[in-house]
Design a protein around this ligand. Structure first.
Ligand SMILES: Cc1cc2nc3c(=O)[nH]c(=O)nc-3n(C[C@H](O)[C@H](O)[C@H](O)COP(=O)(O)OP(=O)(O)OC[C@H]3O[C@@H](n4cnc5c(N)ncnc54)[C@H](O)[C@@H]3O)c2cc1C
Length: 312
């Protein structure tokens, strides 16, 4: 029996773990991939304490501290969650079953892939899923942004201030973003909007060198020589696992209150998987801190503890 099981071993999950054991909660993290989305990043330049740090170095530091603090970690995927008569949570992976008094969902997001040739091969070598994070590596270079929604236009706008040339490539016949954002993008001289077009191939040797773009109507191919491809076709929250226990927004992200509580007592959510508007490491960690401390308060209340710890 665990006091707390955390689902997800990204920045949110590991932070929640570190805080929970400091409250002497018996804590287990079950995660598919240690580091979460940071595995997709290259260098991190906005994590305080490190002017610049490789994402894998940061992941290792998080992991070492988490294990050293006394959190148990398992590389596995939670497949089913149930509640038993005692009000505890039963979590099933393909291999094992666990029981916990409280659960924090820190399952994050996964970038929606474009599913074209070269995308995986050049991931981190010119292909990126985060303009805010990786944009500075393309100063005065030529880049493409794939997508036609708000996040793609946001990325194009950010990149136009860094790169020498930005191609915004969208398969639709019009952009699907806020009018003001569309106007901003249209006004930038170094952004070329290419509509009705799909990227077929991402090509290069050691890194991205060009893409092949095909016009959906004319079927004509165009070769664009560039250094970077930013794929902004959305990120997915895969939260069906907990659908019965939480409220979700239209993006399947879990709706939480300021204490990270869901509609199910004892079940909390933190990090990118929640409906929090901004998706960054420090935000995910902040929410995870709140989740761990709230889970502790919840257990104290449940056990009839009279002197409830004031966490802040
Ligand atoms: C390419 C890229 C670059 C980025 N660069 C930066 C940056 O420079 N600065 C910054 O602040 N932010 C950056 N971000 C955003 C940052 O990575 C996220 O905000 C942060 O990782 C969110 O942490 P999280 O723990 O909430 O979720 P995630 O990092 O998404 O971790 C969630 C974890 O849960 C696991 N999981 C999901 N379902 C299950 C399940 N059923 N069972 C077990 N495990 C499960 C996932 O596999 C994953 O490991 C970047 C993101 C990307 C994609």
């Amino acid at each position: 029996m665990y006091d707390l099981i955390i689902i997800g071993s990204g920045p949110a999950g590991m932070t929640a773990g570190i805080y929970a054991v400091r409250r002497e909660m018996k804590t287990l993290i079950i995660g598919k991939e240690v580091g979460g989305q940071l595995v997709w990043a290259s260098e991190i330049e906005n994590y305080p304490g490190f002017e610049k740090i490789g994402s894998f170095e940061l992941i290792n530091k998080f992991k070492q501290q988490t294990l050293k603090s006394g959190v148990e970690m398992k590389d596995d995927e939670v497949k089913i969650i149930e509640k038993n008569e005692a009000g505890n949570f039963i979590l099933h992976t393909n291999r094992e079953t666990f029981e916990a008094k409280t659960v924090i969902i820190a399952m994050g997001l996964s970038p929606r892939r474009l599913a074209v040739k070269g995308e995986l091969e050049f991931n981190g070598k010119g292909v990126s899923y985060c303009a805010n994070c990786d944009g500075p590596f393309f100063k005065n270079k030529r880049v493409a942004v794939i997508g036609g929604g708000n996040s793609a236009l946001d990325a194009a706008e950010v990149l136009s201030k860094i790169a020498s040339q930005v191609y915004l490539i969208h398969r639709g016949s019009s952009l699907r973003a806020f009018d003001s954002l569309v106007a901003e993008v249209r006004s930038r001289e170094n952004i070329e909007v290419i509509l009705d077009s799909e990227v077929h191939n991402i090509e290069g040797n050691d890194k991205v060198e060009k893409i092949i773009v095909s016009n959906i109507n004319t079927k004509l191919d165009r070769e664009i020589v560039l250094d970077g491809v930013f794929i902004e076709v959305g990120r997915l929250a895969s939260t069906d696992l907990v659908a019965d226990f939480v409220e979700r927004n239209e993006k399947n992200q879990i709706i939480v209150n300021t204490k990270t509580e869901t509609k199910t007592p004892g079940l909390f959510a933190a990090g990118d998987v929640t409906d929090c508007e901004f998706k960054q490491i420090t935000i995910a960690m902040g929410q995870a801190t709140v989740a761990a401390l709230t889970a502790y308060q919840y257990l104290q209340l449940k056990s009839g503890e009279k002197n409830i710890a004031k966490n802040c």
